[in-house]
Design a protein around this ligand. Structure first.
Ligand code: DC
Length: 230
């Protein structure tokens, strides 16, 4: 595998941000990175890009060995864009494609292939080697960057997370019933909690941030105060 994401050049803290789907993690991680002048690394986007490739190439999604082989021959590159990360799959831009509902449905399965994860973790550690990053995902504080300077565990109630996902999808013209989203998110939570050493867990040193009924500004002020202390 080629390490197609060069290490970040900036020096600074390494900040891990984990949490379940729809908790507001990526919005917060992106803003925090902007405020600190750091690189934002959306690790979920890396798994989404691999899920897209698996679908496009027709790989059997239950075949971990085939998924791992595919990951070893794939370059997923993140580039800083005006509206957050731009995502490139083998040098073709897929920033929008990876947010489509068919990816939502398969990405958790694809990201559960342990061999495939090893390739992605190697890339993620390489990017964060020099600090100056806010990295968001599920296993960042527990596995990818266990020595991160600041760790956040961002969560919100299941209902609120489903409502937010519904709004996001509606903005893209997809009208999805709330019940369906509640069931999807609950199923994804279950899958995210069952990925062995990569499972979504709050480590003892992570700061719990519950975003239910809180404004982005309010939460941002809290995150920044921890980073300044960090
Ligand atoms: O945060 P997201 O919805 O874009 O993540 C997409 C999928 O990838 C989701 O099913 C969880 C998984 N994921 C993971 O297993 N490990 C990470 N570090 C980030 C995301």
């Amino acid at each position: 595998m080629t390490l197609c994401n060069p290490p970040n050049q900036a020096l600074g803290l390494s900040i891990a941000m984990d949490g379940p789907a729809g908790a507001g993690k990526s919005t917060l991680a992106k803003l925090l990175a902007e405020r600190l002048g750091y690189l934002y690394v959306d690790t979920g986007a890396m798994y989404r890009a691999l899920a897209l490739k698996a679908l496009r190439t027709g790989i059997d999604l239950t075949n971990d060995a085939a998924l791992t082989d595919m990951a070893g021959q794939t370059c997923v590159r993140l580039e800083r864009g005006i509206l957050g990360n731009r995502v490139f799959l083998d040098e073709q831009e897929v920033t929008r494609d990876i947010r489509e509902p068919e990816i939502e449905r398969v990405v958790s399965r694809v990201s559960a292939a342990m061999g495939l994860r090893r390739y992605m973790v190697e890339q993620q550690r390489q990017i964060a080697r020099k600090g100056g990053v806010v990295m968001d995902g599920r296993d960042i504080g527990s596995y990818v960057l266990p020595n991160a300077d600041v760790k956040f565990f961002v969560t919100a109630s299941l209902e609120e997370r489903a409502r937010r996902r519904q709004e996001q999808q509606a903005a893209k013209g997809h009208d999805i019933p709330l019940n369906e989203l509640l069931a999807d998110i609950a199923a994804r939570d279950e899958q995210d909690r069952n990925k062995g050493e990569h499972s979504l867990i709050q480590t003892p040193d992570a700061i719990l941030i519950d975003t239910t009924d809180r404004s982005v500004d309010d939460v941002m002020a809290e995150l920044l105060s921890h980073c300044r202390r960090g």
